[in-house]
Design a protein. Structure first.
Length: 598
C-alpha cells in the first residue's frame, strides 16, 4: 500500500492511525516506507493539533529512523514523543520511549546516557505495572553493567529479570538471560559454570525455535572454548552460529561472529584469514552503524598488521580506530588506541605527532583513573627523554611510572578481594533466590487453598442471599394485595428476613475473612488509590475472588445496576482506559506489586 492510497480515507484521525499501523507493520522489512508513512502521519497530526496522535507519530518515526540506523535523528523524535507523553501523563508510553532512547544511545556507544534512560524506563514500567517490559529493560541494564565490568550489579539485574520472566513463563526471555549469565560467569573466570548456563540457554532457544537466540548461544559457547584454547571446537561453534545468522540475514550478528573468528585466526597466526574476516565484519558494522564495533574491528586489524610487522598499515588502522571511538564515551578504549598510535609514530620517528597523542592519553588517564595505561605512557615518556640524554626528565617520568605502578598493584589487589566478594555475594544471592522460590511455591499453594475456600463461602452466601431476596420480593407482592392484618404479619416477616440478610453471622465471618486474607492487597490498593471508598474497596475484594457483577450484587444485597455504577466509579479512580478489563487488573494487581522485605 502506498501513501497516496491512504489519502482516500477522509476522516483525518483515522487516516493517521492507519498510517501509523502501516509504519509499525513494515518498519523492520521496509524502513524507508515506514519513515514516509510516519512522516505523513506526523504532518497530519500537527495540522490536527492532536497531542496523542502527534506523540505516537514522533515515536513511530523515531523507530523507523532507528531501523534505518539514523540513531541521532531517531533520538530527536523519541525526545519529542517523550515530552508529549509526559503532558498526556501516559506512564507506559513514557517508559517505552525511554527504552527506545536508551537502545539508540547504546548503538552510538553512549553507555552512561543509555543507562540513565534505562533506569527511568524501568521505574516507570514498575509504576505502570508492566512487568514483562520491565524485565526487558533490566536485561538491557545488565548488558551495560557487564560492559562497565560491574558484575554484581549485572547479576542483580539478571536475577530480577529472571524472576519476572519465570513468573510469566517467558521461556524465550529466560533463554536470553541464561546465555548472558553464562557469558558473565566466563568473564569472571568460571568457565564450567558459564558453559552450564550457555548450554541451558541453547536448549531453551532450540525449544522455542529462536534462530537468533540459538546462534547467539552457539557463538558464546565458541568464545568460551577459544578462551580455554580449544580453538578447533571454538571454530566449529562459530561456523554453526554464522551459518544460522546468514540464513536470517542478521547483519549485526554476522559481524559480531566474524570479528570473533578473526581473533581466533589471529591466535592461530593465520593472518590472511584473520584479515579477511575482520574486513567483512567491519563492512557489516559500518552498514548497521555500530560505531564502537567499527572501532574495535580496526583495532583487531591493527593487531593483525602489527603481528605481520606492517607498521605503516598498523598505524593507519589505529588512526581509523581512534576516529570512530572518539564518537563514543568509551574513554578506556580511546586511551588504548591513542597509545598504540603514539607507539607507531615513535617507531616511524614522528616524535612531535607522537607527543601530541601521548599528552591526550595522559589527560584521559588522569581524568578517568586509567592506571594501567598511565604506566605505559610515563614509561614511553621516560624512554623518549632518555634517548635525548635528558636524564632529569627521564628520571621524573620513571618515578611517575613507578608511582602509578604501585597504585595499580594496590588496585589489582583490591580487585582480587572484590572479585572474591562478588563470588561470595553471587553464591549467596543464588542460594537466597532458590530459598525464596521454594517459599513462594509453598505460599502460593496455601493462598490458592484459602482463596478456593473463601470463594466457595462467598458464592454460598451470594446464592443464599439471592434466594432470600427473591422470597422478599414475593412477600412484598403479597403484602400489597393482602388483608390489613395479614399485611402486618408479612411486614414482620420481611423485617426478620432483612435482619437475617444484613446481620448474618456467616456474612460477618466472610467479610472478616476477606479483610484478613486480602490485607496486603487492600493496604496497597488503598495507599495507591486514596479516593476509593470502603464499599468500593470491598467490591475490589470480591472482584479478586473472580465473582461476577450479579454474584457481587447478591452478596451485598444491592441491585445489579448499583454494582455496575460502583464498577464504573472504580474504573475511573483506577485510571483504566476503555477496553481495559477491571477484573483482570484487580486479580493481577498484587502480583504487579510484590511484597519486598525491608
Amino acid at each position: 500500500m502506498t501513501i497516496r492510497e491512504f489519502s482516500s480515507i477522509r476522516h483525518i484521525p483515522t487516516r493517521i492511525r492507519r498510517l501509523l499501523e502501516y509504519a509499525t507493520e513494515t518498519m523492520a522489512r521496509l524502513p524507508e516506507d515506514a519513515q514516509h508513512a510516519s512522516e505523513e502521519a506526523l504532518r497530519l497530526s500537527e495540522q490536527q493539533r492532536n497531542r496523542a496522535l502527534r506523540s505516537n507519530s514522533h515515536r513511530t518515526l523515531g523507530l523507523s529512523l532507528f531501523y534505518l540506523r539514523s540513531y541521532a535523528a531517531a533520538i530527536g523524535h523519541f525526545q519529542q514523543a517523550l515530552g508529549l507523553y509526559e503532558k498526556l501523563r501516559d506512564i507506559n508510553a513514557q517508559a517505552r520511549t525511554l527504552q527506545n532512547i536508551g537502545v539508540s544511545h547504546v548503538r552510538l556507544g553512549q553507555l552512561e546516557t543509555a543507562m540513565q534512560n534505562y533506569q527511568r524506563s524501568a521505574e516507570l514500567f514498575k509504576r505502570s505495572h508492566d512487568l514483562p517490559n520491565r524485565a526487558l529493560v533490566l536485561i538491557n541494564m545488565a548488558v551495560v553493567y557487564t560492559q562497565q565490568l560491574n558484575q554484581l550489579k549485572a547479576f542483580e539485574m539478571y536475577s530480577d529479570a529472571l524472576q519476572i520472566l519465570e513468573a510469566n513463563n517467558n521461556e524465550a526471555g529466560i533463554a536470553t538471560v541464561s546465555g548472558n549469565l553464562g557469558l558473565m560467569f566466563v568473564e569472571m573466570g568460571e568457565n564450567d559454570k558459564g558453559l552450564q548456563w550457555m548450554e541451558r540457554s541453547l536448549d531453551m532457544h532450540r525449544r522455542t525455535h529462536s534462530v537468533r537466540g540459538e546462534a547467539f548461544a552457539l557463538r558464546e559457547i565458541g568464545t568460551v572454548h577459544r578462551r580455554i584454547s580449544k580453538l578447533r571446537e571454538a571454530r566449529q561453534y562459530y561456523a554453526a552460529a554464522l551459518a544460522m545468522v546468514e540464513q536470517s540475514n542478521d547483519r549485526a550478528s554476522q559481524a559480531e561472529i566474524r570479528i570473533q573468528i578473526a581473533e581466533l585466526y589471529l591466535d592461530e597466526k593465520r593472518y590472511a584469514k584473520a584479515q579477511e574476516h575482520c574486513e567483512r565484519a567491519r563492512a557489516l558494522f559500518l552498514e548497521v552503524q555500530h560505531t564502537r564495533n567499527v572501532a574495535f574491528s580496526y583495532n583487531v586489524s591493527a593487531k593483525i598488521k602489527q603481528a605481520q610487522h606492517k607498521t605503516d598499515e598498523a598505524r593507519q588502522a589505529w588512526e581509523q580506530a581512534l576516529h570512530f571511538i572518539e564518537k563514543t564515551d568509551n574513554y578506556a578504549e580511546r586511551a588504548e588506541y591513542e597509545l598504540h598510535l603514539a607507539e607507531m609514530l615513535l617507531e616511524q620517528k614522528q616524535e612531535r605527532s607522537a607527543k601530541k597523542h601521548l599528552a591526550t592519553v595522559e589527560q584521559l588517564c588522569i581524568d578517568h583513573h586509567l592506571l594501567a595505561t598511565q604506566i605505559q605512557v610515563y614509561r614511553l615518556y621516560s624512554e623518549l627523554e632518555e634517548s635525548h640524554k635528558n636524564a632529569s626528565k627521564a628520571l621524573r617520568y620513571a618515578r611517575l611510572s613507578q608511582k602509578a605502578q604501585q597504585e595499580y598493584e594496590q588496585q589489582l589487589n583490591s580487585r582480587k578481594v572484590q572479585d572474591l566478594k562478588y563470588r561470595v555475594d553471587i553464591a549467596r544471592v543464588e542460594r537466597d533466590r532458590e530459598q525464596i522460590r521454594l517459599q513462594s511455591e509453598q505460599y502460593r499453594s496455601q493462598l490458592e487453598s484459602k482463596s478456593k475456600e473463601l470463594n466457595a463461602s462467598a458464592l454460598v452466601l451470594a446464592q443464599k442471599n439471592e434466594v432470600i431476596s427473591a422470597l422478599k420480593q414475593r412477600i412484598q407482592g403479597l403484602a400489597r394485595v393482602g388483608a390489613p392484618t395479614s399485611s402486618n404479619d408479612l411486614r414482620q416477616l420481611l423485617s426478620l428476613i432483612d435482619e437475617h440478610v444484613r446481620g448474618d453471622k456467616q456474612m460477618e465471618g466472610v467479610t472478616k475473612q476477606l479483610s484478613d486474607f486480602h490485607q496486603d492487597f487492600l493496604s496497597k490498593l488503598s495507599a495507591e488509590f486514596k479516593t476509593l471508598t470502603p464499599t468500593e474497596i470491598k467490591i475490589c475484594s470480591l472482584l479478586k475472588l473472580n465473582l461476577n457483577t450479579k454474584e457481587i450484587a447478591d452478596f451485598l444485597c444491592v441491585s445489579f445496576k448499583s454494582v455496575e455504577v460502583y464498577r464504573a466509579r472504580i474504573r475511573k479512580k483506577l485510571g483504566l482506559k476503555e477496553g481495559d478489563n477491571l477484573s483482570a487488573f484487580i486479580v493481577g494487581y498484587e502480583s504487579q506489586h510484590p511484597h519486598t522485605a525491608a
